[in-house]
Ligand binder design. Structure first.
Ligand code: GDP
Ligand code: MG
Length: 178
């Protein structure tokens, strides 16, 4: 296979999908730069960032991250970014049931039109807003399990589980790739 998960240097093309406003760009910014900017700009079209991490066994993983816009008017462009992606991260906001429905829409879209062996993660972001939670943790877990997805809740604001998302998901993904 390309890049081979048994090699010491992996390259992983990753696409982020999900409703506008769920925190996709903030997750990427937190992961790549260690920052949270509450005034971050709405993504237009899509943006690209890369980040290399070292795993415990000294394997390095270079993530090539496509952060998509999420707005309806860009939906037709999404296949440009998820096609050829080895892994997809579908994000919702735990305070927004609408965004959870939208995440399910993206999962179905990826199942229909993504690479047949794409590995997906379901991410409930804004976990710091637990007092405003409207999507139960168990609902996320159940949906992810049913659809053979990795699941995690994160906060780009507090950094909670952001590194874990990328590190644990790549572990999960490499164990699933052919
Ligand atoms: P995107 O459209 O999915 O890329 O969403 P953005 O990353 O632009 O974030 C949308 C809004 O949610 C911004 O106002 C962020 O400050 C806010 N936001 C993003 N992540 C978090 C988070 O983990 N917790 C909280 N409380 N707000 C967040
Ligand atoms: Mg964005």
């Amino acid at each position: 296979n390309d890049g081979g998960h048994d090699a010491k240097n992996l390259r992983v093309k990753l696409v982020l999908l999900g409703d506008s406003g769920v925190g996709k760009s903030c997750i990427v910014l937190r992961f790549v730069r260690g920052q949270f900017d509450p005034t971050s700009k709405v993504t237009v079209g899509a943006s690209f960032l890369s980040q290399t991490i070292a795993l415990q066994d000294s394997t390095t993983v270079k993530f090539e991250i496509w952060d998509t816009a999420g707005q309806e008017r860009y939906a037709a462009l999404a296949p440009l970014y998820y096609r050829g992606a080895a892994v997809a991260v579908v994000v919702y906001d735990i305070t927004s049931p609408d965004s959870f429905s939208k995440a399910q829409y993206w999962v179905k879209e990826l199942q229909k039109h993504g690479s047949p062996d794409i590995v997906m993660a379901l991410v409930g972001n804004k976990a710091d807003l637990n007092e405003k939670r409207e999507v139960a943790v168990q609902d996320g877990i159940d949906y992810a399990e049913k659809n053979r997805m990795f699941f995690i809740e994160t906060s780009a604001k507090t950094a909670d589980n952001i590194n874990e998302l990328f590190e644990d998901f790549v572990d999960y993904a490499t164990s699933r790739l052919p």
